[in-house]
Design a protein around this ligand. Structure first.
Ligand SMILES: *Cc1c(COP(=O)(O)O)cnc(C)c1O
Length: 369
């Protein structure tokens, strides 16, 4: 048996193939087709946000969001995130300024932000790591006080909440990822979401070369469009999403119950009063208690065909090009977390709960304490 983190959720094949056939018959393949329109409408209702602009992937979606917000200079973000969060800033000529995280939540620590603000800072970019919400109210207060924009990389946060509010509606704008490995996918894809009418209109134009009408170019643009086949996948996956959620929760609960017995090997909590998608099974290994460092567990599991992941080792600030660009910056909580986190196969990577017994048995047997 082989177990993976981020195995794709697959919809009913007949449903998808019927939709694919319709696309071919209609010969409307892309450029704001009927399925994209339908998909955006359904997402807007589901996510509780006024504007949904679907895009080819979240990385391009973030580039568009950054341009639509007209950012420049420096943007403050956590280093404990997928490298794309930093790349989109660097790619648009903005300096990513890495902030440490709160070890309890893995999210950006609002107490460490103000000391990083300079006269070049134009925004704060939060990342809702594992779908657990950033401390939005604190971030919004800092952003307001210093006249900064606040936007979110919500790649992990499909259908999650913050203080019972839909996460997608927080900040000036937010970008979701529908990559194959995420809890909800359109093969590749994503969405720019906002309640701001003006920003939405600007972003929507930018996604299509900033064409307004047939041949009127209104400004700088790019091609960020979602295709009809991606929207078809999204519409089919939406139909089974509630099943995905309940499966994910069962997998998480079973891991939590089983790992409870393993000292020094803890599974992160999801806030009980919020909605989460339970897509990620994130563990933290305390080497001094468990008896082995994280990397040894990672290698041991791999030798058994269990492909756990060291997300987000070693942190953006220790990866090129940022490693050389930012010099020596001190992010003790990020460094420490990067060395103890291990993501275990969850969601559709686990077909039946018995596999969790096998995985936990291997982890337990390795434990000398
Ligand atoms: C996956 C991911 C992205 C990139 O999403 P794509 O749709 O693959 O471009 C960005 N940020 C985070 C935190 C991610 O996990």
């Amino acid at each position: 048996m082989r177990f993976f983190v981020g195995r794709p959720n697959i919809p009913d094949p007949d449903d998808f193939l019927a939709s694919a056939r319709t696309i071919l018959e209609n010969k409307h393949l892309t450029n704001n087709g009927p399925l994209v329109k339908d998909f955006e409408q359904k997402l807007s209702e589901l996510l509780g946000v006024k504007h949904v602009i679907t895009v080819c992937n979240a990385t391009i979606g973030l580039l568009v969001a950054i341009k639509a917000l007209d950012l420049s200079g420096e943007v403050i973000l956590p280093s404990f995130t997928f490298i794309a969060s930093a790349h989109v800033l660097q790619w648009t000529g903005i300096k990513p300024v890495f902030c440490d995280i709160d070890p309890a939540t893995h999210n950006i620590d609002p107490a460490k932000i103000e000391q990083l603000i300079t006269d070049k800072t134009s925004a704060i970019m939060g990342v809702h790591i594992w779908g657990r919400p950033c401390p939005h109210d604190e971030l919004a207060e800092i952003a307001y006080k210093h006249g900064l924009k606040l936007f979110y990389d919500s790649a992990h946060a499909f259908c999650t909440t913050y203080k019972s509010r839909p996460i997608a509606a927080l900040g000036d704008v937010s970008v979701l990822s529908f990559h194959a490995t995420k809890c909800f996918n359109t093969f590749e894809g994503g969405a720019i979401v906002t309640n701001d009418d003006e920003l939405a209109q600007k972003a929507r134009l930018m996604c299509n070369f900033s064409f307004e009408g047939e041949d009127n170019v209104t400004g700088l643009g790019i091609n960020a469009k979602m295709t009809e086949i991606q929207a078809a996948m999204g519409l089919c996956n939406l139909k089974s999403f509630s099943k995905v959620l309940s499966h994910n929760k069962n997998v998480y609960d079973y891991y939590k119950e089983k790992l409870y017995e393993v000292k020094g090997f803890s599974i992160i909590d999801y806030p009980v009063n919020e909605i989460n998608n339970y897509h990620y099974i994130i563990t933290e290994i305390d080497e001094s208690v468990y008896g082995h460092p994280r990397d040894e567990v990672h290698d041991l599991l791999k030798s058994h065909g269990i492909f756990a992941r060291r997300y987000f080792y070693p942190g953006c600030h220790k990866s090129p090009p940022y490693k050389n660009l930012c010099g020596d910056i001190y992010l003790p909580n990020t460094d420490s977390l990067c060395n103890r986190v291990l993501a275990l196969p969850g969601g559709s990577g686990i077909d039946d709960l018995g596999s969790i017994d096998e995985i936990v048995h291997i982890i337990k047997s390795f434990n000398k304490s």
